[in-house]
Design a protein around this ligand. Structure first.
Ligand SMILES: C[S@@+](CC[C@H](N)C(=O)[O-])C[C@H]1O[C@@H](n2cnc3c(N)ncnc32)[C@H](O)[C@@H]1O
Length: 302
């Protein structure tokens, strides 16, 4: 039973740019870490049961066939009482996570902004493009209930969105990514070193890097490579530099969209982001072929 419990929120590794949580803020995140683990680990499989036992038989009875795409499944699942309850709990836990993260960050935003400025100014490792156009899927809805979405700002150039992401992702994922929240980057490295041991990239692109947590294990695995971490959401990139141990001079971050950047980089990696939606305009065939599971893209042939 204890193996199913998540690590406590205090297992989150601190770094200089991580917003500080007081007792109550930590306790709320601790509760949310457990709640999220319970919702995905214990209650989550109930959705499969709901589908197999109720939704699919009802769909077949009405249509005389199986669902053809996920939208049909979604419409029908949204009528199932268990799935509705589970979805409401998920939504509620995300709203609570955002509320706790934002209030934590906003009370110390001046300090965080000053620290980010100190880290970034004259570093040559951060490039922000204020004219960058956010893709429509970023602006159509506040993703993960983040007010203002991934790219939102409380005031021009602040790091509130990135700092909020950073302080709460441990709770959102039920602690599943580890104390450094870099489980995605570690998984990518694990897969590449096993499946593609011959790859020795000179330049690596981390697409949709947010605060750069996954760029660090990737850079560590390829000590001779330059790592470029990009994200359309500038406030995330501004959080990345030197925010964590291991962020050496080989890693830079930039507010650039994937479509403009992928072409030039030998190895492109993405965790928790769907490259095809952003890359199709520049390298349609390459991305569809190389990113079936949105993990890693092989070096271009020429
Ligand atoms: C779910 S987060 C993934 C974050 C991180 N890779 C992780 O594993 O935790 C998706 C990130 O992709 C970024 N993003 C979405 N579309 C993008 C694009 N076309 N180019 C660059 N970044 C993009 C978003 O701003 C967001 O920060």
């Amino acid at each position: 039973m204890s193996a199913e419990l998540p690590p406590p929120y205090t297992a989150l590794t601190k770094h200089p740019m991580l917003a500080r949580t007081n007792h109550d803020e930590s306790a709320r995140f601790n509760f949310l870490t457990h709640l999220n683990r319970y919702l995905s680990g214990t209650l989550g499989p109930g959705n499969k049961l709901a589908y197999e036992k109720r939704v699919l038989p009802a769909f077949r009875a009405e249509h005389g066939r199986d669902p053809e795409h996920r939208y049909e499944i979604r419409d029908w699942m949204n009528q199932d009482p268990f799935h509705r309850m589970w979805s409401a709990l998920k939504r509620n836990s995300m709203e609570m996570r955002q509320q706790n993260g934002r209030s934590t960050v906003l009370r110390q935003l001046d300090e965080l902004d000053a620290q980010a400025r100190q880290f970034n100014e004259h570093s040559g490792q951060l490039e922000l493009d204020s004219k960058i156009e956010q893709p429509i899927y970023q602006t159509a809805v506040d993703i993960h209930c983040q007010p203002g979405g991934y790219h939102g700002e409380e005031r021009p150039g602040d790091v509130s969105a990135g700092a909020n992401y950073d302080v709460g992702i441990f709770a959102t994922t039920g602690g599943a990514l580890g104390g450094l929240n870099d489980g995605g980057g570690q998984a990518v490295v694990g897969w590449i070193t096993k499946a593609r041991p011959e790859w020795q990239p000179r330049r690596i692109l981390d697409v949709g890097c947010t605060v750069g947590h996954n760029a660090v294990p990737i850079a560590a695995a390829y000590p001779d490579a330059e790592v470029i971490a990009i994200d359309t959401a500038g406030p995330r990139c501004a959080m990345a530099r030197r925010a964590r141990r291991g962020w050496g001079s080989r890693i830079s971050s930039s507010s650039r969209p994937a479509a403009r950047t992928c072409r030039a980089i030998p190895m492109a990696i993405s965790t928790g982001c769907r490259p095809p939606c952003s890359c199709t305009s520049s390298r349609p065939n390459r991305c569809r072929a190389c990113w079936p599971s949105a993990t890693a893209c092989s070096p271009p042939a020429a």
